[in-house]
Design a protein around this ligand. Structure first.
Ligand SMILES: Nc1nc2c(c(=O)[nH]1)N[C@H]1C(S)=C(S)[C@@H](COP(=O)(O)OP(=O)(O)OC[C@H]3O[C@@H](n4cnc5c(=O)[nH]c(N)nc54)[C@H](O)[C@@H]3O)O[C@H]1N2
Ligand SMILES: Nc1nc2c(c(=O)[nH]1)N[C@H]1C(S)=C(S)[C@@H](COP(=O)(O)OP(=O)(O)OC[C@H]3O[C@@H](n4cnc5c(=O)[nH]c(N)nc54)[C@H](O)[C@@H]3O)O[C@H]1N2
Ligand code: SF4
Ligand SMILES: [Mo]
Length: 834
């Protein structure tokens, strides 16, 4: 038995380069239960991060009692992390929403479904009559299932005709999508997790993988403990476990001041060019824009960028040399880039590094523009985030016509006269009063949006009708006019797609509590009551269950990069998840994209005509066509600019926010798990040892962090991050505390600013001051096993749990083979199906 709170990544199973990652099956069952006590195992995948680990749900007496990794799944080869083992299911049976709630006389009271839905439909109908579809906004998630998003997308785009649809995916990995559209012409992950098994160097850009994709990090650790280990480079201002591994592997930890990524990237690119570490044949044949890129980065010498980022110039040189001279490089990018200044620009520069060396589409050579949420890929594919479904281009009339044909509606119904509304704008419209009906599903914006004092004011507006659809009574639900109780994971059926395009089916294991319904059933009920019709007078939504929705979606995806037509529920049962595209050409799925260097940039195919990375100005279709990209990738360049908010005399620190391994977001699930709650029970403020000393702050002292917008009060952790940077975890709202309602959530501090291209908000930089409020009585109970480890290890008791996880490292089955290796869906433009 293993203590997987103390040992987050579990036992090592080292292996050599190109050897398959061994199987290790992780199992956790309710206290006192053995595998033989389980009535049934129901196939699923973990829904607590984008890694998408295949798992089986243990059911006994109609209840979920545990979870076990699936040995044969291509993603995890049997492993699960602490959130998967504990957080995925231990919330079940506790304080769930079981009946709809409506606001009467200012308070939320229980009611029946008819009453609640009639209220929603009446308000919706009134506003459609009075104002039209622009009065309606939908703010959804990266945590529903594909079938639910597609249904919501069709309702919004073809039923109502509102452009005001987006997800919390905007806060999450909108920049991943944007960077892939700008560089490659379309969303769609080029790389594969198999690249971890084959790379010689691994670059993690603003990605604390050790805590946020713990099972993927186990895969990396198994290489780092193997015979021919890769060199790691970490770009992160905190000393994360990734940063430690970088140093131990002989690589580099670059700790730039938050907000300076673009400068650093330009410096790395310049070194590549200056040393001739460029595959000019590849660049000439498969890319556009080299000269402009080379000219833009020319002034960015290591010394120059080191001054901006406040890192050592020699470290910039070393990192560039590793990238420039390693045979196979894998890069991952996440929130340290996506939620920081110049997000899309900096993320595109990672693509550029790979394109310059032609390191793409081959084993060990991949870009992983990561997702964070488990189903964010589907929000994007299915059009629930505002994009058109199937990676179609809103600015391409032919793409709009295809959808109109499929849905049998007038093309003019489908909003495409302007770019889709992004989440930050959606909230702005609600603030200004043009959006008056806001339907929030599977997200908790009263904790997760930036600048919470403003968000609370918007949610509380009298003229805004707020529907909240969740499994729990969240901070956001407290502002709702109607609360709809949703079935959660394990209580409903559907599919979802992880970071490297792997599609999993999650079957229903148990009944939802009380009257809770699946999100799909709720959306279908709304569509039925609204009586949306197609142009033949038939019901617009022609399906009534998950499988029907999946089949409808397959048609929508046909011929596009994210082609699902070769998948069925049956094919997804029994074995492993399968990566798209899965079609006639790739019947077993596709491991890597772009093996042939042909990118979906042809004007008839591309998802977007692109933007200016500095200003966000859009490229017109004519300008785009004039570049004749026709299958070549774009090397897009941008200079570094100063971030919108910088430290000053009043606010001398940069405060950055993020995650710990033990909690997921606003903790509605992980906060209800005993083991996870104990591992990270409350918020903390992390200071560097030198900053703490200068402020007279000792471990455990109560401190206040103040930005121009709000404040957080929490005990201090004297940590190991870089000087001048304060870290606050963003997980802690107030559903589980009586006191201190406001002043726990990191987003009291953050600012309403976003990237000009991806429109993703800047959660990673705000100016702040720190004051010491009171002496501590004990060390802060922040995790010691992770990036929040104390500067002085002896000063704080170690974070531990119990020996309650079974790890089976004896290979029960051979590891699953990769799907069709290296076939490419890069359809030559001439035969493109559009
Ligand atoms: N345990 C756990 N895992 C999760 C989640 C969770 O809530 N908990 N959520 C999932 C989701 S939705 C997401 S989006 C992912 C996020 O996964 P990550 O992006 O790995 O997580 P974060 O902690 O948000 O940010 C990563 C790092 O960015 C660094 N950083 C901050 N500012 C900058 C900067 O300007 N430049 C650079 N280079 N680095 C910077 C921070 O120090 C931090 O270590 O995690 C997923 N997995
Ligand atoms: N300061 C700061 N803020 C951040 C970030 C940061 O790094 N720093 N990260 C941002 C990122 S990357 C993200 S992804 C967001 C996450 O922010 P949120 O999406 O607001 O966080 P969650 O707690 O995951 O909220 C999801 C909600 O959906 C509910 N839910 C789960 N499954 C289902 C379901 O099947 N149906 C329904 N109806 N409800 C369900 C859960 O109970 C929960 O209330 O936060 C963002 N905010
Ligand atoms: S790595 Fe992510 S998907 Fe896998 S078990 Fe952990 S939380 Fe779940
Ligand atoms: Mo996210």
């Amino acid at each position: 038995m293993a203590d997987r709170i103390a040992d987050i990544w579990g036992a090592r199973t080292p292996h050599a380069r190109d050897a398959p990652w061994p199987v290790r099956v992780d199992l956790h069952l309710d206290q006192g239960l053995a595998e033989s006590d389980v009535d049934r195992w129901v196939q699923s995948a973990c829904v607590l991060c984008s890694n998408g680990c295949g798992c089986d749900i243990a059911v006994k007496d109609g209840r979920v009692v545990g979870v076990r990794g699936r040995a044969g799944d291509v993603v995890n080869h049997g492993r699960l992390g602490p959130k998967g083992l504990y957080g995925s299911w231990q919330w079940n049976g506790r304080d769930r929403l079981t009946r709809p709630l409506v606001r009467r006389g200012g308070v939320l009271v229980e009611t029946d479904w008819d009453t609640a839905m009639e209220l929603v439909v009446r308000r919706s109908g009134e506003l459609l009559d009075e104002v039209g579809p622009l009065s309606h906004g939908f703010y959804t998630s990266g945590q529903l299932f594909l079938e639910e998003y597609y249904t919501l997308g069709v309702i919004g785009k073809a039923g109502l005709g509102t452009p005001h649809m987006d997800g919390n995916t905007r806060l999450c990995t909108a920049t991943a999508a944007a960077a892939m559209k700008e560089s490659f012409g379309s969303d769609g992950q080029p790389g594969s997790y198999h690249d971890v098994d084959s790379c010689d160097a691994l670059f993690l850009f603003g990605h604390n993988m050790a805590e946020t994709q713990t099972v993927l990090w186990s895969r990396v650790l198994d290489r780092l403990h193997g015979p021919d280990r890769p060199v790691v480079v970490a770009v992160d201002p905190r000393r994360t476990k990734v940063a430690e591994a970088a140093v131990e592997s002989g690589g580099v930890h670059l700790a730039p001041l938050p907000g300076t990524n673009q400068a650093l990237m330009n410096g790395l690119l310049r070194e590549l060019i200056a040393h001739g570490w460029v595959d000019h044949d590849y660049v000439g044949a498969h890319t556009l824009g080299y000269d402009e890129l080379a000219a833009t980065v020319e002034p960015c010498t290591p010394e120059h960028v080191a001054g901006i980022c406040r890192v050592d110039a020699e470290d910039v040189r070393r990192a560039a040399r590793i990238f420039g001279t390693s045979e196979r490089v894998l890069s991952t990018v996440l929130q340290g880039f996506y939620q920081s200044h110049q997000a899309t620009a900096a993320s595109c520069q990672v693509n550029n590094l790979h394109l310059l060396r032609g390191l793409i589409g081959r084993p060990g050579c991949g870009v992983l523009q990561m997702n964070g949420q488990p189903t964010a890929q589907n929000t994007r594919e299915c059009g629930a985030d505002g994009d058109l479904p199937g990676f179609r281009n809103w600015d391409n009339p032919e793409h709009v016509r295809e959808l109109a044909e499929l849905w049998k509606v007038d093309p003019l119904t489908i909003p495409h006269w302007a770019p889709p509304t992004h989440a930050m704008q959606l909230w702005r419209y609600a603030e200004q009063g043009s959006i008056r009906f806001l339907w929030i599903s599977a997200t908790n914006p009263a904790v997760s949006l930036p600048e919470l004092p403003r968000v609370r004011e918007i949610l509380a507006k009298q003229d805004l009708f707020v529907v909240v659809q969740d499994g729990f009574r969240t901070e956001t639900a407290e502002y709702a006019d109607v609360v709809l109780p949703a079935a959660l994971w394990g209580e409903k059926q559907g599919t979802f797609t992880n970071v490297n395009r792997t599609v999993h089916l999650s079957d229903k294991a148990v009944e939802p509590p009380g009257e809770a319904r699946s999100d799909l059933d709720i959306f279908l009920d709304y569509a039925r009551r609204m009586d949306f019709r197609d142009r033949d007078g038939e019901p617009l939504i022609r399906w009534s269950d998950p499988q029907g929705a999946f089949e409808a979606w397959k048609e929508c995806s046909r011929g596009r990069l994210c082609d699902y037509t070769g998948l069925t529920y049956d094919r997804l049962r029994g074995g492993s998840g399968i990566p798209w595209p899965c079609d006639d050409e790739h019947p077993d799925g596709c491991d890597r994209l772009y093996a042939d260097g042909v990118f979906p940039t042809h004007p008839d195919v591309c998802e977007d005509y692109g933007h200016d990375l500095l200003t966000g100005g859009t490229t017109s279709p004519e300008q785009y066509k004039a570049q004749r990209p026709d299958g070549r990738a774009f090397l897009k360049a941008a200079e570094h600019t100063p971030p919108p908010e910088q430290p000053s005399d009043d606010y001398p620190f940069v405060v950055t926010t993020g995650r710990t391994a033990y909690h997921f977001h606003t903790r509605t699930k992980t906060g209800r798990s005993r083991q996870l709650r104990r591992a990270a029970p409350q918020p903390w403020v992390e200071l560097s040892a030198r900053d703490a000393a200068a402020l007279g702050v000792a471990e455990g002292d109560l401190v206040r962090v103040e930005s121009p917008r709000g404040r957080v009060e929490a005990p201090a952790r004297v940590g190991r991050g870089r000087d001048g940077v304060v870290f606050v975890p963003f997980h802690y709202g107030y559903w589980d505390v009586e006191d201190g309602r406001h002043g726990r959530a990191a987003n009291e501090l953050t600012l309403t600013e976003w990237d000009p291209v991806s429109k993703q908000p800047l959660f990673k930089i705000a100016a702040a001051r720190v004051t010491r409020l009171a002496d501590g009585t004990r060390p802060t109970p922040a995790p010691t096993t992770t990036a929040s480890a104390p500067h002085d290890p002896a000063s704080v008791p170690a974070t531990t749990g119990e020996d309650d996880v079974h790890e089976d490292v004896a290979p029960a089955d051979p590891p699953p083979p990769p799907p069709s290796p290296d076939r490419t869906p890069g359809v030559p433009p001439a035969e493109s199906k559009g």
